[in-house]
Design a protein around this ligand. Structure first.
Ligand SMILES: N[C@@H](CCC(=O)N[C@@H](CS)C(=O)NCC(=O)O)C(=O)O
Length: 202
């Protein structure tokens, strides 16, 4: 097995899906967390000047989704079937797009906290998140997992991204019980539960 070092900040952000894939697969890795105060110096040493970066035997792999997909494959979380794998890609991309919207319109916006919450509740959730939740909920009504009868990295992303959003919008899944079940079922897996309980405080 190669040596893995995942370099990112001390936050979930664009690295947490990869961390969940490593944990699910029981794959050893170094979870390097850069201090904000050292970033200016570290940025110069990192190809592309951005994180996350996954060093595989010391060689850098860039782009969070490519990194997560690669680690998901090592962890057995990508379906063998090419079309099923493409459906996982499509969902992860869609959820990542939502996450980017939330970063831009809410988390990184210069608005006051109350205005950020208003934008989230009155714009992002109804217009962007709920249409995705509606489709996902219909799909998950007749199956345990997003695709096939096995857990994939798409299920991890549902649980991670949608679950984290419920910290800000607690009743968001009230009308989406089948999505809620996947969010909870993944977080109840032994490996993921242990990680959530033991990961570094941010
Ligand atoms: N498309 C890249 C975006 C990476 C990115 O925006 N990284 C941010 C942290 S989330 C970063 O490195 N910011 C510090 C900087 O640009 O100096 C990916 O998905 O990996």
């Amino acid at each position: 097995m190669p040596d893995y070092k995942l370099t990112y900040f001390n936050t979930e952000g664009r690295a947490e899906l990869t961390r969940w894939c490593f944990e699910y697969g029981g794959i050893p890795y170094i979870d390097e967390r850069i201090e904000g105060s050292t970033w200016a110096q570290r940025k110069k040493e990192i190809p592309g000047g951005q994180v996350p970066v996954l060093f595989v035997d010391g060689k850098p792999l860039l782009e969070s989704i490519a990194i997560a997909r690669y680690v998901a494959k090592q962890a057995g979380l990508v379906p063998q079937d090419d079309l099923q794998a493409a459906h996982c890609d499509a969902l992860v991309d869609a959820l990542n797009g939502l996450q980017n919207d939330i970063y831009m319109k809410v988390i990184f916006s210069k608005d006051e906290p109350a205005e950020k919450q208003r934008v989230l509740l009155e714009d992002v959730v109804p217009n962007k998140v709920n249409p995705v939740l509606t489709r996902l909920n219909e799909r998950l009504a007749s199956r345990d997992w997003f695709i096939s009868d096995k857990v994939t990295w798409a299920d991890l992303q549902i649980s991670l991204m949608i679950g984290s959003l419920t910290d800000r919008v607690p009743d968001m899944l009230r009308n989406y019980p089948h999505v809620r079940k996947v969010v909870d079922d993944i977080r109840d897996l032994k490996t993921i539960k242990k990680w959530i309980a033991s990961r570094p405080a941010q």
